[in-house]
Design a protein around this ligand. Structure first.
Ligand code: 6PG
Length: 245
């Protein structure tokens, strides 16, 4: 695993850098393989990055396929919906064909069924013999050290499925559907955008901690074996950490 830690000045710089990195990887993937398979995150940090990404130069959006690394199991018009966030921040601004947008089916009878259906879709669309390989999975990190909807000590953390249902470990207290670590760690690139003093301890522990306990710090389990992990954090979160190449 290649790992980079990029430290930027503040939240605004986090969004700018995040959008730049996603755009760079999109252009490269499309040039090399003819498509860019991307998984979006939810939460507030990523919204501005997606709005900037929508206006990035040189991306052939017809060749971009969009998934969500996790979803709240609510209607797509619900303010809690990550699909709604991605739709308003990115998909309504960039011209991505509707056939390239793959949302969790939140009309499934249960979150578990929704997870199973999503895993089937991912295997069909992303393809490959083993675990499907995303070009880039973008993640955030919550103040409790969760990522996607992999909350501390939650059942999805030990699931052998690629997509699992999970109960919320933080507000909004709604059921979730989430990528699991095996799927995340198969990606070519995982990009984590996180900032703020309140996340500093967990971020530093995840980046520097040797053998951090994944059950209590799920984001520490993000280790794309054959890929690259890029942390983009702001100075408030970095504390004494220095950027690493
Ligand atoms: C979700 C997100 C979640 C998010 C982090 C960070 O569904 O809630 O996918 O993993 O990325 O909680 O959220 P903030 O950027 O709002 O702190």
């Amino acid at each position: 695993m290649d790992r980079q830690v990029v430290v930027v000045e503040n939240t605004a710089a986090l969004s700018i850098k995040g959008a730049e990195l996603i755009a760079q990887h999109a252009r490269k993937a499309i040039a090399e393989r003819g498509r860019f398979v991307l998984a979006l995150a939810g939460g507030s940090t990523v919204k501005a990055a997606y709005q900037l990404l929508a206006h990035a130069d040189g991306i052939d959006w017809k060749r971009v396929s969009v998934f969500w690394g996790d979803e709240r199991f609510v209607d797509q018009e619900n303010p809690y919906s990550n699909y709604r966030l991605g739709r308003s921040a990115l998909l309504d601004r960039a011209i991505i064909p509707a056939r390239n947008i793959y949302a969790v089916d939140v009309t499934s009878p249960t979150p578990a069924e929704g997870a199973a259906r999503y895993e089937t879709t991912i295997r069909e669309v992303v393809g490959g013999d083993g675990v499907p390989v995303f070009d880039l999975i973008q993640l955030g990190m919550g103040p409790d050290g969760h990522t996607a909807s992999l909350f501390p000590n939650s059942s999805a953390l030990t699931s052998q499925s690629l997509v699992a249902a999970n109960h919320a470990g933080l507000a909004p207290w709604v059921d979730r559907v989430t990528f699991t670590l095996p799927l995340i760690n198969a990606a070519r690139t995982v990009l984590i955008l996180a900032g703020g003093e309140n996340k500093s301890a967990h971020i530093q522990q995840a980046i520097e901690g040797e053998n951090a306990d994944i059950a209590s710090l799920p984001v520490a389990g993000v280790r794309p074996e054959n890929g690259e992990l890029i942390w983009v954090i702001d100075k408030a979160a970095a504390g004494e950490l220095t950027a690493t190449s």
